[in-house]
Design a protein around this ligand. Sequence first.
Ligand code: KIV
Length: 272
Amino acid sequence: MSAQTQIRRITAPQITARKSAEPIVCLTAYDAPTAAILDEYCDLILVGDSVGMVVHGLTTTVGVTLEMMIMHGQAVMRGSNKALVVVDLPFGYYEDSPERAFHSAARVMRETGCQAVKIESGSYAAETIAYLVERGIPVMSHVGLRPQSMNVLGGFRARGRTQKVAEEIVENAIAAAEAGSFAVVVEGVSAEIADKVTQAVSIPTIGIGASAGCDGQILVTPDMLGLFHRVPKFVKKYANMQDIIHKAVETYANDVKERAFPGEENTYKFSK
Ligand code: KIV
């Protein structure tokens, strides 16, 4: 790439420097055209393993593969040129050893060009985070409701209803921060727990179903655009894409049936 075409993106250290400063705007993306729109407004775009549920129709994120993440990561990188792009490591590709996590993360970064990965961080994760960061891989952690563990947790319910679990969440975030994460996603917890985490760590907290006091916010983009009728309580719908698409496709179907489409303006005429 020549110096002229070199892309200058927001970096992981720049995100870390935003702790307790201007709120960090984050959303998920899985394709190039959506990434191009988000890039104008977002500091960080996450290629979340939520792709399995909101794009591929899976019921959980457990079935998402590294190859899926790489394909969607490549698309998001092609569509964006300003935001920091973070790609999720999916279930089964990082938990059992730091070495495995390194190979998965290095492959994702090499094949997509993204600048960081995200891992869901239980108590076991600190060693892996330190291992990755020491070897040049910026890591965003994810505590609280960890969707990849939904089979152990018993579903997608908010976390931290007991003192013990609430303390564990704060401890996991502190361990993830001390191990070198550049930011931590805090999902599906009470505002009180989110605020405790935000005060306890020196890195930015990115809330989803957490607290307005977090250092930034993230939502799953198809949820906030209203592509689905049923969304978690914490989602605010900023549009109603499902109704918009229904209306457009219904109108198209009627036009086709009535031969109203294609019209003159959509038809080629070659002059002789
Ligand atoms: O996969 C995802 O989209 C995520 C967000 C919910 C933070 O992890």
